[in-house]
Ligand binder design. Sequence first.
Ligand SMILES: C[S@@+](CC[C@H](N)C(=O)[O-])C[C@H]1O[C@@H](n2cnc3c(N)ncnc32)[C@H](O)[C@@H]1O
Length: 415
Amino acid sequence: MPCLFGDADQWKAEWRFQWNTFDSQTEVEIQICDDELKSPGLSELTRSRVTAVRKAKVDHREQIRSVLAPLLSGSSLTLPALELHRLASTPANRTLPYYASYVARDWSWGEAENQASLALALRALGAGVRVDSLLVLGSGASRLAVDLHLACEAKQTIALDYNPLLILAAQSVLAGNTLDWTEIPIPPISHAESTAATSCALPKTIAPGRLAGFRLILADALKAPFAAGSFDCVVTPWFVDVVPQDLHLLLPSINRLLKLGGTWLHFGPFGFTGPSPSRRYSIEEVLEIALQSGFSLGVPVSEELPYLRSPTNPQKRTELVHSFALKKLAEAKGTEPPAVLPAWALNESVAVPIVPAYVNFAQSTQTTLQILSLVDGKRSLAEMADLIASQTKLDRASVLGELRGILLAIANRSG
Ligand SMILES: C[S@@+](CC[C@H](N)C(=O)[O-])C[C@H]1O[C@@H](n2cnc3c(N)ncnc32)[C@H](O)[C@@H]1O
């Protein structure tokens, strides 16, 4: 599996840290199930559900470990201790469990969603369009990338993502393997469906022989390792609004990857969630920035599509999805995002407001430091939990579980 990061060791260390965190967090959750199963007051019905959930957690951890095996093998790498805080406060969408259900959606129960997505993307691209070379940025578990490769009869498609769970799972499915995948819906539809086991595999409609020219790679889409003008089409499915890079920088970099006359195919809603209101662009603003970045005018097609509707998930989510295909008319001039410095940064006599990011950062740092200050080489987990529980009135059992998880994650991380 090509792993094309400028600093591949750093990337590996980060995702191993994510694995260690997930592993120890799951251990804690299993321990909580075990503790609760010892409780005499549980009804048989509750006992059977907790037992099923415990088993699902064990199974899912094993499934993820096995997909990540190529990443986890070999000598362990460590990062400078100063990186710890940054990793400990990784955004949720860069953790392992965040997109895990995409694997099952793409390769198991999501056929209706996958077909609807392909149909909308093809409507934007134009019926019967053929494309020689495709690049899909943030391809996830990569089903749409495979479907577009086939529908456009591409000679070469590169599906790129930095999440090893999604890319390695896709690689395994494309190699003809069947992956067992376990889900724990919250809330469950019924007692019997408190957990769900599915099998992920290449659909019968996709013969492996038709995938010549399709490649998965692990890389950072914001530093895509390709020469300028390499592709006829760059696809960004549910991508431009999840990256921290502003569109004034992202769209010129997409433009750079395209041949003149090539196409940027956007697919997904614009759900920007960054801290800056001026950078949470509407679709009209996106099209305006695209025009400034050397792309043609375009007419979006928009449709409400089912989203992550696992059969065992009662939350039948629908998303308004936009798609458009814009031609590269000119090389993008390097544009800079408009400066959006807050008043206090421009004028040093203005008060610095307490924004949520500062509060969260301070709280997480403080909690981590408080926990670490209890480690004196003598105290046991139980003694630390007693101390915290008596000072905070928090439930001792949950404090113990949390402590175990946090200390294990930090210990595993610093090697
Ligand atoms: C909302 S998901 C969409 C996944 C996929 N396109 C789909 O529609 O199912 C966003 C994807 O972008 C990937 N991603 C985010 N930032 C990235 C980056 N800098 N480089 C590569 N992939 C990135 C994530 O790992 C994730 O798979």
